[in-house]
Design a protein around this ligand. Structure first.
Ligand code: CAA
Length: 277
């Protein structure tokens, strides 16, 4: 796999996604043709996430090469991610990054701006031009759960443990996870999962729609590879147009959705067979 240099990404400008700069913040990023793989790579700290993790993810999103169609998000080691780095809750914070306390003291507007920046690391994973697949083993707690939720699909190992721990710590989930959680499992189940901060294991995750597939821990990489190949087997532009339709469906009436289908199909037919401009 080539190190991703991303000379001209979707954001139209060059971002620093060199292996060195990402390694410093515990991320790995590789591009192999139409597939990009992002690895949370601090296994000794269970891939705990910091402000730097989120800005690194955002930089990767900004510089993703146009040829990429599938983005795999995975974690090295026993856990996908143990969530936010708990040092961020201490007065000292994470060296060079401060703490939640130091950001909160800047005032509400600055705090919200900081969270908005962090959310950029998650939001791009939903772009129509790509399909994002989370490969989740072991713990996916708090920010780790939300990162898995930011992806379009979740393939999980049979030892997976999802937990939305934020309410137990006096916080709310604020890294874009609440909407996909409700959309996937419904309001009642999302309420149960979040307000109890209980663990959701593999069987339940599959049953309630949190996971598309459960495999053994050893079979996770192969299962993700197979899914990636399936996703790449369809037409790139039709896949993006279909994802746009699916993403917009919940916010439209049936009539509006039918109109959107017609409009997208007109573009597809024109692209495939030509037509009046
Ligand atoms: N932050 C920083 N370090 C962490 C960490 C975290 N979230 N989770 C684990 N680590 C570190 C441990 O301190 C330990 O480090 P040392 O070896 O230096 O002591 C190392 O990772 C291994 O941890 P464990 O020995 O605990 O590993 P385990 O496999 O027995 O347990 C675990 C794994 C269940 C995930 C456990 O580590 C744990 O409960 N971690 C904390 C989870 C947590 O509360 N996360 C916050 C979620 S809320 C959130 O994310 C908020 C938000 O978005 C705003």
């Amino acid at each position: 796999m080539a190190e991703a240099k991303a000379p001209h990404g979707r954001g139209g400008f060059t971002e620093d996604v060199s292996a060195e700069s990402l390694a410093e913040i515990g991320l790995r990023y590789e591009v192999d043709g139409e597939i990009a793989t992002i690895t949370l790579d601090r296994p000794d700290k269970r891939n705990a996430q910091t402000f730097a993790t989120w800005s690194g993810l955002a930089r990767i999103g900004e510089s993703l090469p146009e040829q990429v169609r599938v983005v795999v998000v995975r974690g090295e080691g026993p856990s996908f991610s143990a969530g936010i780095d708990l040092r961020m809750f201490t007065p000292e914070g994470v060296p060079g990054q401060g703490s939640f306390g130091s950001v909160a003291r800047l005032g509400d507007a600055s705090f919200e701006q900081t969270v908005q920046q962090a959310q950029q690391g998650f939001l791009w994973l939903r772009r129509p031009e790509i399909v994002s697949v989370a490969a989740v083993q072991g713990h996916a707690i708090g920010a780790g759960f939300q990162l898995a939720l930011a992806c379009d699909l979740r393939i999980v190992a049979d030892d997976v443990k999802f937990c939305m721990k934020e309410p137990a710590l006096g916080l709310v989930p604020d890294l874009t996870g609440t909407k996909p959680l409700v959309e996937l499992v419904g309001l009642a189940r999302a309420t149960d999962i979040c307000l109890t901060a209980r663990i959701v294991e593999a069987d339940e995750a599959l049953r309630i729609g949190l996971a598309e597939r459960v495999v053994t821990r050893d079979g996770l990489a192969d299962a993700v590879r197979d899914k990636t190949a399936e996703l790449l087997s369809t037409n790139r532009d039709a896949a993006a147009a279909t994802k746009r339709l699916l993403q917009g469906a919940a916010g439209r009436t049936l009539e509006e959705q039918c109109a959107a289908e017609r409009a997208e199909q007109a573009l597809r037919i024109k692209a495939l067979f030509g037509g009046a401009s």
